[in-house]
Structures are given as structure tokens and as C-alpha cells.
Ligand binder design. Sequence first.
Ligand code: HEC
Length: 153
Amino acid sequence: MLRLYVVFLIGSLVFGCSDLGLSLWEDSESDQANMPSERWYSKQQVQDGSTIFEENCSDCHGPQAGGKAANWKQKLEDGSFPPPPLDGSAHAWHHSRSVLLGVINDGGFAYGGKMPAFKDVLKKEEKLAAIAYFQDFWDDETYHQWEVMSGAR
Ligand code: HEC
């Protein structure tokens, strides 16, 4: 009889706990869906990236990575594309961080593009800071979509 009682007690404790655990977990799940994702970069990287971007990228990609061409989807006369904005309004957010790094390293010459290669021009930290800089213009929804599709891989 005592034994049965103990089993019952332990059982209700376990169930009690897991109930509590489950509801806590559910709460944090629903919060997470509404909360902005935590960004992979620091404020310092964004700050460093702003100088790097101004010195190396904004001539083509525009101030604040907003692009310069009236329509970045419209090919130029020579068949290449104008530099797209990188501020989340074009499609840079379709690419994982390693793909973005690859574009910056290799540029676009191999594909008939005009983006110069920065492999030997900038250090890896500098390229990551430049990415952090333009990603910081992405709103939370764009950043979240990016994380779901590819993200900081
Ligand atoms: C001489 C102009 C020029 C400079 C300087 C330049 N880019 Fe580009 N960039 C382009 C062009 C043009 C494209 C489109 C692909 C192509 O034609 O090579 C591009 C494409 C990109 C893309 C891919 C965007 C997408 O939506 O797929 C990224 C990312 C990028 N550049 C980042 C940078 C960064 C970061 C710098 C500075 C370190 C930089 N670029 C400097 C011209 C430039």
C-alpha cells in the first residue's frame, strides 16, 4: 500500500513537472516566433564595417549599401548587371554568409560581372565586418528569412 502511494506520488511529481516544463517551453516558443532573431555580428563589427564599406564598396553599391542604379535588375548595355543594393531591398539576403563571403572574395569577373575580387585586398575579418555593416540595414523580417533560408553558415 505504501509502495503504491510512493509510485503515485512520484508519478504526479513527474507529470506535474513535465506539464510545467511543457507550458514553459510552449511560451518561449511562441515568444521566439515574434522576437527578432539575435544577429551573428557585434556592434563593433558594424562600426568597423562602415569604414571598410565606404572605402571599398560604396562607390558601386551606394552609400549605406542602398545601390545606385535606378533599376538593379536591368542589364547594362554590355550585358552585365549594375551593382545591386545590399541593404535588404535586393536579393543579397538569399545567400548564406559563406556565399556572400565567396562573392566578395572572387568578385564577378568569372561570370561576366564587374565586381572586383577582394580575396587579397581585405582580411577575412574585414570582409565579415563589411557583411555585418550591410546586414545591419536588413529589417528583422528580412534577417529572419535569411536565417531560415541559409543564414550564418
Ligand atoms: C566596381 C564596382 C564594385 C565594387 C567596388 C564592389 N562591388 Fe559588389 N558587386 C558589383 C556588381 C556589378 C555586382 C553584381 C555581380 C557582378 O556583376 O559581378 C556585385 C555584387 C555583390 C554582391 C552579391 C549581391 C547579390 O545580391 O547577390 C555582394 C554581396 C557584394 N557585391 C558585396 C560587395 C562588397 C562587400 C564590396 C566591398 C568590399 C563590393 N561588393 C565592392 C560591383 C562592385
